[in-house]
Design a protein around this ligand. Structure first.
Ligand code: KDG
Length: 317
C-alpha cells in the first residue's frame, strides 16, 4: 500500500438548487468523507490506497462500499455493522461562497470504530498513514482507534500525514479538540493545517510561530494552507510560499483541502521537492472547487498535467 487512511464516509446529499435548505426539495445523492476523498484522489493519480472504517449494514453502506471499491481503494478493512446506520450529510449551497454542512452521523456505524478494528499487519506494510482530525472527534472509541493506528505507525516507522480538519460541530468543546488534536500532532511527521485551524489551536501568532509550535511537537514538515491564496511550507531548514492557481468560477469549495492532501502526498510518494508537492496540492485543490461534489472533480494525472499547462498558458490543440 502507498497510503492507508481511516475515517467515516457518508451518503452525501447535495441540493440541485441553490438557496436555503428549507426550500430545497431535490437532492443528488453522492458519497463523501475526507479520508476517502484523499484516498480516491491518490488512486486517480495511480497510487494504491486502503481505507479502514465501518458502514451500516444498509443500502447506503452497500452503495458506499461499491463506490469506494470502484475507485480502486482497498476496502478489505471496512466492516458492515448491523447495529448502527451509515452516517448522512447534507449540503446547503446558499451561493458558491456560502456553503453549510449538516451532519446526521451521531451514533453512526463509523462512530463505533474501535482500536480493535486496526490490524497491525495492515499498518505495517504502508508507505504513509493519513489521519484527519475528524475521526477522533466522532467518539471516544474512534479516538482510541486513531491512537492505535498511530502506535503501529510508530512501531513500523510509517510516516504520518495529519490534516487537523477541524469540525467544531463534532467536538464536545474547544478544549477537548485542542487537547486531542495536540496529542495526535505529537505523533505526526507532516502536518497540513489551514491558517485558521492553527489559530484555533494556538491563538493569534505569526505563521512562523505556528510552524514552530507544530515542530516542537515533533513534526518535520508543516504546511499552512491559505485557501485560494496558496500554502506556506516549513521544514527545519527551509520555508516558502507557493501561490495557488486562480479559478474562474468556484462551484463547490468543499473537498479542496482533501484534494490538496492528495496532491501533496502524491508529491511525497514521487520523491518530488516539497515545493513541487505543495504546487500539486494547490492545483488539485483548485480543480476540486470547480466541480459539484467532494470527489467528482479529483483529476487523474493527465487532467492534472493539462490544468497546470493551461494555467501556464500552453494550450493543447
Ligand atoms: O473535507 C471534505 C469533508 O468535510 C466532507 O467530504 C465530509 O468528511 C466529511 C466531514 O466530516 O465533514
Amino acid at each position: 500500500m502507498d497510503v492507508i487512511t481511516l475515517g467515516e464516509t457518508m451518503a452525501m446529499f447535495s441540493p440541485d438548487t441553490m438557496g436555503k435548505m428549507r426550500y430545497a426539495s431535490q437532492y443528488s445523492r453522492k458519497f463523501a468523507g475526507a479520508e476517502t476523498n484523499v484516498a480516491i484522489g491518490l488512486q486517480r493519480l495511480g497510487f494504491q490506497t486502503g481505507w479502514i472504517s465501518r458502514v451500516g449494514d444498509d443500502e447506503f453502506g452497500k452503495g458506499l462500499i461499491h463506490f469506494v471499491r470502484g475507485e480502486g481503494v482497498d476496502v478489505s478493512q471496512v466492516q458492515a455493522d448491523s447495529r448502527a446506520p451509515t452516517g448522512l450529510y447534507f449540503k446547503e449551497i446558499r451561493h458558491e461562497q456560502d456553503v453549510y454542512v449538516y451532519y446526521y452521523r451521531a451514533g453512526s456505524a463509523a462512530s463505533r470504530m474501535s482500536a480493535d478494528d486496526i490490524q497491525e499487519t495492515y499498518i505495517a506494510q504502508t508507505k504513509y498513514l493519513h489521519i484527519t482530525g475528524i475521526t477522533p472527534a466522532l467518539s471516544e472509541s474512534c479516538f482510541q482507534a486513531v491512537m492505535q493506528a498511530l502506535r503501529f505507525a510508530e512501531k513500523y516507522r510509517v510516516p504520518v500525514v495529519f490534516d487537523p480538519n477541524i469540525r467544531e460541530k463534532l467536538w464536545d468543546s474547544k478544549q477537548q479538540a485542542r487537547e486531542r488534536l495536540g496529542q495526535i500532532a505529537k505523533q505526526a511527521d507532516i502536518i497540513l493545517p489551514g491558517v485558521s485551524e492553527a489559530r484555533y489551536l494556538f491563538g493569534d501568532a505569526s505563521l512562523e510561530q505556528y510552524a514552530q509550535r507544530f515542530m516542537e511537537k515533533g513534526a518535520s514538515t508543516v504546511i499552512l494552507k491559505e485557501g485560494s491564496k496558496g500554502a506556506h511550507f516549513f521544514t527545519k531548514d527551509s520555508h516558502g510560499f507557493v501561490p495557488s492557481y486562480p479559478v474562474e468560477r468556484v462551484v463547490d469549495p468543499i473537498g479542496a483541502g482533501d484534494g490538496f492532501a492528495a496532491g501533496l502526498i502524491a508529491g511525497l510518494l514521487e520523491g518530488l521537492p516539497l515545493e513541487e508537492g505543495v504546487a500539486k496540492g494547490n492545483a488539485i485543490g483548485a480543480i476540486v472547487t470547480t466541480v459539484n461534489g467532494d470527489v467528482e472533480g479529483l483529476p487523474d494525472a493527465d487532467e492534472l498535467a493539462r490544468f497546470t499547462q493551461v494555467k501556464k498558458g500552453d494550450v493543447d490543440r
